[in-house]
Ligand binder design. Sequence first.
Ligand code: ZN
Ligand code: ZN
Length: 216
Amino acid sequence: MKITIVYDNEVRQPGLIADWGFSCLIEAQDTPKILFDTGTSGSILLHNMNQLGIDPSSIGIVVISHPHWDHFGGLQDIMEASKDAELYLPESFLGRASARKITRVKHPLEIRHNIFSTGELEGIEQSLAIGTDKGLLVVVGCSHPGVGSILDAASRFGKVYGIVGGFHGFHQLDRLTPLSLICPCHCTQYKSEIKRLFPERCLECGAGVIIELGSP
Ligand SMILES: [Zn+2]
Ligand SMILES: [Zn+2]
């Protein structure tokens, strides 16, 4: 299974555009391609996807973590480019959206085999947990409910191996100690502290970064 960071405040590959926001592509065995969040700008999202060789029409599932513009700003553009994709929105999302099929998520849910949503936590945000051969990789947008609560919610699906995405102002960094892979992206305020505390396990984020793990 493979995660490609498509949209982030930083870039790690020439030709990509850095912008405030987050999006990543999740490719897992026997599962349609999943785009998690859509960044702030549809044109930057489509530009970065094009540079990374990702065909928007190949996206089968779009998941929005929470209703903040830097996570769903590109939604309309991506749904127009990915006409066959189905959409998973947190229940708190009140904006307009059109898709072949829309699922509003409130409770924990297995979206596909080994792909879980934590459900909408604190009335704002869902995160994904992806099964790998090493355990679950948790994918987060901004972590407004708190990284600790998200890890607790994800644990119901198995042992958490790692986490990738925006951690916002999360500072109970000891909660990260049991994890083997920590990739703080986007809005994470304590990136440098995380890097200093967990130098071996911290992976620097940025558009173009790829995480590859085995299938479960
Ligand atoms: Zn947010
Ligand atoms: Zn954000």
